[in-house]
Design a protein around this ligand. Sequence first.
Ligand code: HEC
Length: 137
Amino acid sequence: MAREDSDAIYAYLMAQKPAAVPNVDADVRFPYNFRFAVRFWDMLFLEDGLPDASVGQSADWTRGPYLANALCHCAECHTPRGAFGQLDTSRTQQGEALGRVGAPDITPAALVARGWTAADLQAFLLDGRRAARIGVR
Ligand code: HEC
């Protein structure tokens, strides 16, 4: 993450009005409540970089993976997981079930196949809503 972005996030957080909310006790289940177990998982599965879901070299394109991977972690929901909860990096952003909902395949080819345009995606990322012409489920 670029220093100016982490500084901007810090400034935003510091500008928020404090709330008097008591801390909630951690309820992470065994074996994840043992830090050393997470360390072991990290050694097996944690990767510094993610494969890109699309290819390109332009300034806009290189900003895309930065936003998706460094700032937003889109892959955490949109990438299928293996038996140990690790991201299946051979299928980056190809969609995953999340309990009652599913995070759809958001690779460029899949979005285009479902009728998305670059303008639709830009509008969706700005306000969280799909363009009306795509329809609402
Ligand atoms: C916390 C989990 C989570 C994260 C993180 C996340 N998404 Fe999603 N995303 C979802 C879910 C769930 C849906 C489906 C929502 C629905 O069906 O109404 C979705 C839907 C979408 C859609 C609509 C696809 C379609 O065809 O309907 C797009 C595009 C999308 N996400 C892009 C992104 C991008 C880009 C990022 C990172 C900036 C991101 N998402 C991060 C869970 C997530």
